[in-house]
Design a protein around this ligand. Structure first.
Ligand code: FMN
Length: 294
């Protein structure tokens, strides 16, 4: 009843674990799958080893999280046996990648596709790295990147867009024109929060990105903007923690719904809980399939 198709891939649920929330370990990905996620996304994998930012790097705020973890990664060539074990993951796997240049992205995608993820997500939207949003805020650079990656990839490509720009519809359109198979939106909303008494930034990096229910309205608005601009499917996320939220995201035009910060607030079985809530709302409102909701 809540099964769906995305980029010709069959999913048992529209709910997807968002990138960066539970790392890249195959065992954890399978625990998320057993807990009802239709697909899982890895932490973003980068070109070379990177430590990320000092603590404090994640803080709970009212109605959400505030983070500047800073994309720590072993580097795509240093992931040991983990990549070989990707085939053990019981639901479709979305491999998230990031880089500082088109060449970085191309090399990582060429390498990772040998391990057959179902989709490759291009993280061009991280606010917590100096050049993290360089691509995502520029229609021209985004277009060049998507074309270059599509030229080497046999796997569907899904750029992940930032809300920290004033033209997300235009960026999405450029992605579509350049061959992207889907769009993921949104990444965290950039913010600098200062401690009211100490007058210093809350996070060691100075600035960061907020997530969770506090950004839900922004996410819905951005997904609607993207839906109006493109025909390719959307994985919508940002502040989704309940079945009601997920249905709203589907109504905004998403086909899949990502959950990130919600894992912290409702636990790893949030996917099971939200699946049940979606089913109950569908029954009450007389929807037989997710397609009817749109
Ligand atoms: C601690 C933390 C780490 C994150 N790491 C990544 C990451 O590595 N790559 C990425 O594309 N997004 C990352 N994100 C963003 C999430 O995938 C998601 O886009 C964002 O949090 C909005 O969804 P949410 O409100 O459900 O959390 C991270 C978010 C958090 C809170």
């Amino acid at each position: 009843m809540i099964n769906t198709t995305f980029c010709k891939i069959e999913l048992q649920s529209p709910l997807v674990l968002a990138s960066g929330i539970l790392g890249t370990s195959v065992d954890i990905m399978n625990r998320v799958a057993e807990n009802g996620a239709g697909a899982v996304t890895t932490k973003s994998i980068g070109p070379i080893e990177r430590q990320g930012h000092n603590n404090p790097s994640v803080i709970e705020i009212e109605n959400g999280l505030y983070n500047a973890v800073g994309l720590p990664t072993p580097g795509y060539l240093n992931m040991g046996d983990e990549l070989k074990r990707w085939k053990e993951i019981k639901v479709p796997l979305i491999a998230s990648v990031y880089g500082s240049s088109i060449r970085d992205y191309v090399h990582i995608v060429e390498y990772l596709q040998k391990y057959k993820p179902s989709i490759i997500e291009l993280n061009i939207s991280c606010p917590n790295k100096d050049d993290g949003m360089m691509f995502g805020a520029s229609p021209r650079l985004t277009s060049q990147l998507v074309r270059a990656v599509k030229a080497v990839s046999s796997i569907p490509i899904m750029p992940k867009l930032t809300p920290n720009c004033d033209n997300i519809g235009r960026i999405a359109k450029e992605c579509e024109k350049s061959g992207a198979d889907a769009i993921c939106a949104i990444n965290t909303v950039q913010k600098t929060i200062i401690h009211p008494e100490l007058k210093v930034p809350l996070l060691a990096y100075g600035k960061g990105g907020i997530s969770g229910p506090i950004i839900r309205e922004i996410a819905l608005e951005k997904v609607k903007e993207i839906r109006e601009a493109v025909k390719i499917p959307i994985l919508g996320l940002g502040g989704i923690t309940t079945g009601e939220d997920a249905i709203e995201m589907l109504k905004a035009g998403a086909t899949l719904v990502g959950i990130g910060s919600g894992v912290y607030s409702r636990g790893i079985d949030i996917f099971k809980k939200v699946n049940e809530e979606i089913k109950q709302i569908m029954k009450k409102e007389g929807y037989k399939t997710l397609g009817e909701i749109k």
